[in-house]
Write a protein that binds this ligand. Sequence first.
Ligand code: FES
Ligand code: FES
Length: 174
Amino acid sequence: MSAKSPFENRPPEAPHEASDGGFVVPCTLHVNGEAVCVEVERSLPLDALLRRTLALKSVLHGCERGTCGSCRVLVDGEVLSACTRSASSLPPGARVETAESLQDNERMRTVLRAFVRERSTRCALCLSGLAAMAVHLDREGKTFDETAIDALLEGAHCACTGRGSLRRALLTRE
Ligand code: FES
Ligand code: FES
């Protein structure tokens, strides 16, 4: 996490309201290659831990219901909407990757360049989760055809440009 993050100018996160009387449990994860050992409220969503405690601002506060895609990260190589899981429910030592850890990844750069070329970038609320998913598919060597891209866009909501330009960008990335 040494390089300057394109997400770091985002505003600070509002405090998370305790929802379970402040009952805390230990939580041990590997986040972007670094061991993280913290005590968290048992119900604290993973996105809140990443954004508020660890200041990883690519993980955004959107619908909080698993429908917009703005908080998507990779957990043990699988895509997860981080608002849908509590941090403490992940297996100890689970490997979490956010867009910050992928910013030097050539596949990520390719996807972001395509978003810029197709003018898909406005507020960027939807982009980090989408780019993380695209890197995941590429890395897994999965077919990245129109069907896969439509499935990927299914869980994303872009209020700025809609899905058309995102779809074009993903299809034509070089
Ligand atoms: S904030 Fe997690 S999917 Fe919308
Ligand atoms: S660029 Fe604003 S929500 Fe997608």
